[in-house]
Design a protein around this ligand. Structure first.
Ligand code: UDP
Length: 235
């Protein structure tokens, strides 16, 4: 359907990310795609271009996993929040500095505190809340901090646009859009119980416990799957 998605396992995708992180002179963007982002790419050519240019696009939403299955590809779902957490652990172990941008001030402050408490040797060299007017100021501060991993939580597609522009400005690093992960890491929002995660029903739990998400997420999934089922190549 015009979007390339990595078919690595969770471990394989992590390996690829670690390689990118360890490559000198490489600025890369990882996108964790879900059906809402597919819908955005359909109506927004600039966003589609960002997806095309990303170094990695991994299947986050269960809708993407089902879509690939319908087309005969059996891929492992890679929840962005778990993926980003594993990369943070790796950075702590491998002495790679980290920067985090996004969420409300009290949320990012709590999340950074929790992450530091939970992760030995985690080196967070910069963080900033996600409510700023001047992107250039943030780019400048990020550039000066020289992180190797940059996590950006501004919601999609804002975070993907922010990262795409940052690729032209920052020194070599790996950047990932992490949506609402800081809200979870701060302890403000609870993740779905493990059983929902296992069954790929985390979206259901989140839409029920955060009804404002329902309107946004719920219609996107059946619409997307219908598109997948009726899609003909070359259309
Ligand atoms: N956010 C932000 N700046 C903005 C808009 C959103 O920092 O201008 C943050 C918001 O506070 C939340 C995250 O971005 O922490 C978006 O989370 P959401 O749950 O909408 O993301 P999703 O996981 O659905 O992509």
């Amino acid at each position: 359907m015009g979007i390339k998605i990595d078919s690595n396992s969770f471990i394989g995708a992590l390996d690829k990310a670690f390689n990118l992180l360890s490559t000198e002179n490489k600025v890369s963007q990882v996108i964790t795609i879900n059906p809402e982002m597919y819908a955005e790419a359909e109506i927004n050519p600039d966003f589609k271009k960002i997806l095309d240019e990303a170094e990695m696009v991994v299947p986050d939403g269960v809708g993407i996993k089902i879509a690939l299955k319908l087309k005969g590809y059996n891929v492992e779902r890679i929840p962005g929040i778990d993926f980003a957490r594993s990369i943070l652990d790796w950075c702590a172990k491998n002495n790679k500095p980290v920067a985090i941008v996004g969420a409300k001030e009290e949320i990012i402050t709590k999340a950074v505190k929790n992450l530091k408490n939970e992760t030995e040797n985690l080196n967070i060299v910069y963080y900033h809340n996600g409510y700023f007017d001047n992107d250039n100021e943030i780019y400048e501060e990020l550039k000066n901090a020289e992180p190797r991993l940059v996590l950006v939580a501004l919601g999609s597609p804002k975070q993907e646009f922010f990262i795409h522009k940052a690729k032209q400005i920052l020194s070599p690093c790996l950047m990932i859009g992490i949506g609402g992960s800081l809200d979870v890491w701060s302890g403000e929002i609870k993740r779905a119980p493990k059983i929902y995660q296992k069954l790929g029903l985390e979206w259901l739990y989140r839409t029920v416990t955060q009804p404002e998400r329902f309107k946004r997420i719920f219609p996107a999934l059946p619409k997307f799957l219908w598109k997948v089922i009726t899609y003909k190549k070359g259309k």
